[in-house]
Design a protein around this ligand. Structure first.
Ligand code: SF4
Ligand code: SF4
Length: 64
């Protein structure tokens, strides 16, 4: 598995992620950004609400 940056709870599996940016759009905390073909969660902004997990069409985001 290739892991993107993760917070204490949220992980994005970049082998599954299609970089659709749906999670970026849904995150009210603006904690998710795209950088150099990776989707990154800022652990300082993420409040672990789980919205990004629900919206991801390929199930690439999960809680550790
Ligand atoms: S869990 Fe919530 S706050 Fe954290 S990255 Fe996902 S949508 Fe944003
Ligand atoms: S919603 Fe899922 S597939 Fe889309 S960019 Fe986010 S992690 Fe990747």
């Amino acid at each position: 598995m290739i892991k993107s940056w993760c917070s204490t709870l949220m992980i994005i599996d970049m082998e599954e992620c299609g970089i659709c940016e749906d999670c970026i759009d849904v995150c009210m905390e603006e904690a998710i950004t795209k950088k150099a073909y990776k989707v990154i969660i800022d652990p300082d902004k993420c409040d672990s609400c789980g919205e990004c997990i629900d919206v991801c069409p390929v199930g690439a985001i999960y809680e550790e």
